[in-house]
Design a protein around this ligand. Structure first.
Ligand SMILES: Nc1ncnc2c1ncn2[C@@H]1O[C@H](COP(=O)(O)OP(=O)(O)OP(=O)(O)O)[C@@H](O)[C@H]1O
Length: 354
């Protein structure tokens, strides 16, 4: 096992595309780190530099205390799991699992031991004589995991491994990967653009934006104490409500002349109130219902704030039957509103309890 350390890592592609702009990150031995961010933010580039599939323009990458910048992928003691599985179609599952070990001239009994162990852990022992074409998507993904496990590497690198699976299978495989990693305690770096996947898998969640780390920490730290408006709106679904300064003043949420700030509040920190039923430490806004999304045990009611284009989403229990166009009043505890610098996006207010 091994810690992964990145120090001021940069990547400039031909044509002067600066994909990664100085990333420093420390992933402790045995931790599960997830890189998340919008398309094009540099996630895959960063992962590929750790894997050795992409040259590092500057900075250092070390795995287990050893700088690996100039090592070939095969010399880095890592195993990668890709979204397209990268299985050999003409080989049986057993052969696919054995392949890397055979290339390394691992003794036959050792290969058999590791393959049987991985097949047992992943519950694919009954599939060893099939070819990848005879497997379901989930089974193929398990074989791809198996191929990584048998290597017994210092680290696992995952590049959007679940994005080809349907929603239900993705959730099941996500839980399986987490269980497996907890059991094996192999340091892992996982790339996804799915913030929910990132939240549920990560010990260390790293939000990347335009080639830089916006924030890293535990999922709940990022959720409760986002460093920026970018993190606040990227983490959490539905997204945090954002109210620009002008709209907040017009709605009476902040007094005229108050220092400029963009407000943010999560849908679950708001509630619908009748008349003046809000308590003294709550702020109240009047909205016009613009949409209702029923997600089963609860609903998200969205309303337009005055004549502005600002929409605010409020979580309500059960099946809301509010009709679009109806007026509604929502209240949120004043302490639940976060304030962000309108220019830089940095959070400027303290978070209660933080
Ligand atoms: N080989 C390349 N040559 C030039 N530019 C590249 C190359 N590969 C990626 N880029 C650019 O580098 C930036 C980061 O790309 P990267 O693939 O790392 O993003 P990503 O966060 O993984 O995106 P996605 O979620 O869409 O896969 C993008 O602007 C992309 O266009």
């Amino acid at each position: 096992m091994a810690a992964i350390e990145l120090q001021d890592v940069r990547k400039v592609y031909a044509g002067n595309v600066e994909a990664v702009k100085g990333v420093s990150l420390s992933i402790p031995d045995g931790a599960f780190a997830v890189l998340v961010g919008p398309s094009g933010c540099g996630k895959s580039t960063l992962l590929r530099m750790v894997a050795g599939l992409e040259a590092i323009t500057s900075g250092t990458v070390s795995i287990g205390g050893r700088v690996v910048n100039d090592l070939e992928p095969a010399e880095r003691d890592i195993a990668m799991v890709f979204q397209n599985y990268a299985l050999y179609p003409h080989m049986t599952v057993r052969r696919n699992l054995e392949y890397g070990l055979r290339n390394r001239r691992t003794p036959a009994e050792e290969i058999a031991r590791r393959v049987d162990e991985a097949a047992r852990i992943l519950d694919i022992a009954g599939l060893l004589d099939r070819r990848p074409g005879q497997l379901s998507g989930g089974q193929r993904q398990r074989v791809a995991m198996g191929r990584a496990i048998v290597r017994e590497p210092a680290a696992f690198l995952f590049d959007e491994p679940l994005s080809n699976l349907d929603a239900k299978l993705r959730v099941a495989m996500r839980a399986e990967i987490r269980r497996l990693q907890r059991r094996l305690r192999t340091t892992s770096l996982y790339v996804t653009h799915d913030q929910l996947e990132a939240m549920t898998l990560a010990d260390v969640l790293v939000v990347l934006n335009a080639g830089r780390i916006e924030q890293s920490g535990t999922p709940m730290e990022l959720y409760e104490r986002p460093a920026s408006l970018f993190v606040a709106t990227f983490i959490g679904s539905p997204a945090m409500n954002v109210i620009p300064h002008g709209a907040a003043v017009a709605a009476g949420l902040v007094p005229q002349g108050a220092p400029e700030a963009t407000l943010g509040i999560r849908p679950e920190h708001m509630r619908l109130v009748e008349g003046l039923a809000a308590s003294g430490d709550e702020a109240v806004v009047d909205l016009e219902v613009s949409g209702v999304e029923v997600v089963g045990a609860e609903s998200y009611v969205t309303g337009r704030l005055g004549s502005s284009a600002v929409e605010i989403s409020v979580r309500v229990p059960g099946h809301s039957r509010l009709e679009p166009g109806t007026p509604m009043r929502a209240a949120g505890g004043r302490a639940a509103f976060l304030r962000f610098d309108p220019q830089s996006g940095a959070r400027i207010s303290a978070v209660s309890g933080a």
